[in-house]
Design a protein around this ligand. Structure first.
Ligand code: SF4
Length: 444
């Protein structure tokens, strides 16, 4: 990357957020999917409305409950009574298996103690397995830096409360679990791959059932597929379940994944080598047949941007800049080092303005970004797509993932002419430059 651009990005003092989702949505989204869990969102009407709307926009099939209170209740302490009433009524009316008790910004500011409320039900929940488990989750926007990390808070809190209530089941040495919000086919591919090494994938979370969360507490090794699940891994570590952070993405990533997982499960070296060879060669073959020619900026807020960037680089793309909302973790180190060695600038806890500097100065052939950044790039006539929806709805791992992503990126880069024509069409001198209208509008 040009030095002056890099300096501009590094010295950018803007505090503008990268326009991501309300952080609490991460926790809510994970909890909304699990059968038997009822979420109680303790937040002001505006926040609850927004989160409720977005949850159902994304296809949630249950209601969000919330205590009704006034602004005065926040300062006179009655917010606590209202929350307590909401929990009691929810137990009486619905008797769910788990209540996810989630607090937002205002309620955290006035120190609403949802831990104390949850504790009031703790003894009863321990002695009666049918009684609902109340799981507190603190996700104020000012305390949790990204909605990805709020997913980690939800998963870790649920695991912690399950373990405290039910104890930890006996460890099954040759079993694994995976953690990450990935395309549903990816864990199935991993299950088959692990089976060839004699390892059984018994659970993938976040999932639809509480039973899967419970199973994770008994595995030999947990594999985290996204680097921000640090709190969840810390809960598992407390129960002596080791976690490794690694994803089979790209040629090297696939080889490393098979080698590390095989070693963690004491798989025979010859078996590891054979599987690692077959799988990484299959990915290499995809890149050989369908290389990516062009420069791509990857600037999402999901936490999976670094692994996507690695895949693109191996496929032949020039990736000068990668940014994400999450912070550095022990699990981001390998990808960051790998990308830096290939000239990619990696920015954690990025701001929207840093992304704009990168796009404006580097003028890539494609931007995979947040909604606002994708819109900005389109105004410049640069093909762009919303990172989250693109990568949440496609496989990413092994050869299947490599093929899907290279096809998608090559198609997107190939649309540059259409983007330019649309830009010209809407330019001030549109009358003179408007084309003969032989193209279709291309969106993401
Ligand atoms: S005020 Fe806090 S809880 Fe409400 S929408 Fe904003 S970040 Fe989310």
């Amino acid at each position: 990357m040009k030095l002056e651009v890099l300096n501009q990005i590094k010295s950018c003092e803007s505090k503008h957020a990268p326009l991501s989702m309300c952080q609490a949505f991460g926790s809510l989204r994970v909890m909304m999917r699990v059968e038997g869990i009822v979420p109680i969102l303790v937040g002001n009407a505006g926040c609850v409305y927004g989160l409720d709307f977005v949850s159902h926009f994304y296809g949630a099939r249950k209601s969000i409950l919330t205590p009704v209170y006034t602004s005065a209740d926040l300062t006179n302490g009655r917010i606590e009574d209202r929350t307590r009433d909401a929990v009691r009524e929810t137990i009486q009316k619905f008797n769910p298996r788990v209540i996810a008790l989630i607090t937002l910004c205002n309620e955290e500011t006035v120190s609403l103690s949802i831990d104390a409320i949850a504790k009031e039900y703790e003894e009863r929940a321990k002695s009666d397995p049918e009684f609902p488990l109340v799981v507190p989750m603190h996700v104020p926007g000012y305390g949790v830096k990204s909605h990805a990390e709020a997913k980690d808070i939800a998963a870790s809190q649920l695991l912690k409360c399950l373990a405290e209530r039910e104890g930890v089941p006996a460890r099954q040495a040759n079993t694994a679990s995976t953690i990450g919000e990935v395309f549903p086919a990816d864990p199935l591919f991993l299950e088959q791959l692990l089976a060839r090494m004699g390892v059984k994938l018994v659970a993938h979370i976040p999932s639809r059932t509480i039973a899967d969360f419970r199973k994770v507490l008994s595995v030999g090794v947990n594999i985290t597929l996204h680097p921000f699940y640090t709190k969840t891994c810390a809960v598992l570590a407390k129960y002596k379940i080791p976690s490794m952070g690694c994803t089979p993405v790209g040629v090297e990533g696939t080889r490393t994944w098979v080698e590390r997982v095989g070693k963690a499960f004491n798989v025979k070296q010859s078996v590891i080598e054979e599987i690692a060879d077959v799988e990484s060669r299959a990915v290499a073959e995809v890149f050989r047949k369908d290389p990516i020619r062009g420069s791509v900026i990857v600037a999402g807020y999901e936490g999976s941007e670094l692994m996507v960037a690695r895949l693109l680089v191996e496929a032949g793309a020039d990736v000068p800049y990668v940014s994400t909302n999450i912070g550095q973790t022990a699990f981001t180190k390998d990808d960051e080092t790998w990308l830096a060695a290939r000239g990619t600038t990696v920015v954690f806890r990025k701001t929207y303005d840093q992304d704009v500097i990168a796009v404006d100065n580097l003028k890539p052939d494609l931007v995979l970004g947040t909604t606002a950044l994708a819109a900005h790039a389109k105004e410049l006539g640069i093909p762009s797509m919303y990172f989250t929806n693109i990568f949440a709805s496609r496989p990413l791992f092994l050869a299947q993932g490599a093929q899907t992503i290279t096809d998608l990126v090559n198609q997107a880069i190939g649309r540059r002419a259409a983007y330019s024509r649309v830009m010209n069409f809407f330019a001030d001198d549109a009358e003179e430059t408007a084309p003969e209208a032989d193209y279709a509008f291309v969106g993401d």
